[in-house]
Design a binder for this molecule. Structure first.
Ligand code: CDV
Length: 334
């Protein structure tokens, strides 16, 4: 019998700096109730869903950042009501937040997402790996993107969990631009990938039409879902937050690469789709039968090299660690 899970993307409109955690949690609960009323068993909330997108500001006082924007416990007194309501409704969810963890006596800060089961237990945790932006203050810029200042690179890797009779993985925002992240999840059998995001409408680095940014968001989601034969749920926090606009376009994408549901506002909005988890079986058995068709012996550069280097095939190059001279010598032999 086909496995079906009705999944919701619970998009949040702006959360301003003046909004309390309690106000954010109240809105998340309202979205959760709506998703449940529409039959959803799994709700995907956005990245950093409890506060404004604070990496847009340079804040010198780390104590202030910690106090205003980070969670030291999950659930916390402020978020307990969300956990209670999720358990009462018997609904699972993905929730993004800023985490301070005490790791062997050292405080470490991560951009984190958790997967919470219908019984209210935390099933899985992911800490964002691809941190965009910069660590230094750019006073001339219209806004900052200081994820590299406020967060460390996640230390938990890309993982999947058995969840609601599926195999579910988590990513966060900028990860959606990196095919490697999806492929690592797909290689562990991912059937659903959940991802929350906050994406400014304006490009910090160079002028770019907002429509083009949305275009990139859509084509990435469609190709990542198809090439990895997985359902993909991407949920925005969006709208004009403290004067800075972020786009919506929350999505549920089928393993066929088709957009099954998409938000139409830049405000609080629930979109839902009844996902046939086995829809990808044919694809996984044929075109994307990894065991039959992948050629990792030709993919070594993906893990051995970080930045691009120009290495023309007709110029000699030094062998990389672990690579035989003959393996490296493709160029010298042609
Ligand atoms: N929160 C993010 O990771 N945002 C990035 C922006 C900076 C481009 C994104 O990839 O959407």
């Amino acid at each position: 019998m086909a496995r079906r899970v009705k999944i919701a993307a619970a998009q949040l409109g702006p959360l301003n700096r003046s909004d309390s955690r309690a106000a954010a949690v109240k809105r998340l609960i309202a979205l959760m109730r709506e998703a449940h009323a529409r039959g959803a068993r799994f709700v995907v909330f956005p990245e950093l869903a409890l506060t404004t997108f604070f990496p847009r500001w340079w804040i010198a006082d780390q104590d202030e950042v910690d106090r205003r924007y980070f969670e030291t416990a999950m659930p916390s007194p402020d978020t307990q009501a969300l956990f209670d309501e999720g358990r009462r409704l018997g609904i699972g969810y993905y929730l993004g937040y800023a985490e301070i963890a005490d790791v062997h006596g050292r405080l470490r800060r991560f951009n984190t997402a958790i997967l919470v089961g219908p019984d209210g237990s935390i099933v899985g945790k992911y800490r964002k790996v691809h941190l965009p932006g910069h660590a230094e203050h750019k006073p001339q810029a219209a806004f900052q993107h200081l994820e590299k200042k406020y967060f460390e690179v996640g230390d938990l890797g890309f993982r999947v969990w058995r969840y609601l009779d599926t195999i579910t993985g988590m990513l966060i925002c900028n990860d959606r631009r990196w095919p490697e992240a999806f492929r690592v999840l797909a290689l562990q059998g991912a059937e659903i990938v959940a991802l929350g995001f906050n994406t400014p409408t304006e490009n910090l680095h160079y002028p770019e039409p907002p429509a083009l940014r949305v275009h990139h968001h859509l084509i990435m989601a469609q190709s990542m879902a198809f090439q990895n034969a997985t359902w993909l749920v991407e949920t925005a926090k969006c709208g004009v937050e403290d004067g800075f606009r972020m786009f919506g376009h929350s999505l549920i994408v089928a393993p066929s690469g088709e957009i099954a549901a998409k938000s139409t506002t830049e405000d609080d909005e629930v979109i839902c789709f009844d996902c046939d988890i086995d829809l990808a079986q044919n694809l996984k058995r044929t075109m994307f039968d990894f065991a039959a068709h992948r050629r990792p012996e030709h993919y070594r550069l993906i893990v051995e090299r970080v930045g691009a280097e120009v290495t023309p095939a007709n110029e000699p190059r030094q062998p990389h660690a672990g690579e035989t001279a003959s393996g490296a010598g493709v160029s010298s032999r042609v």
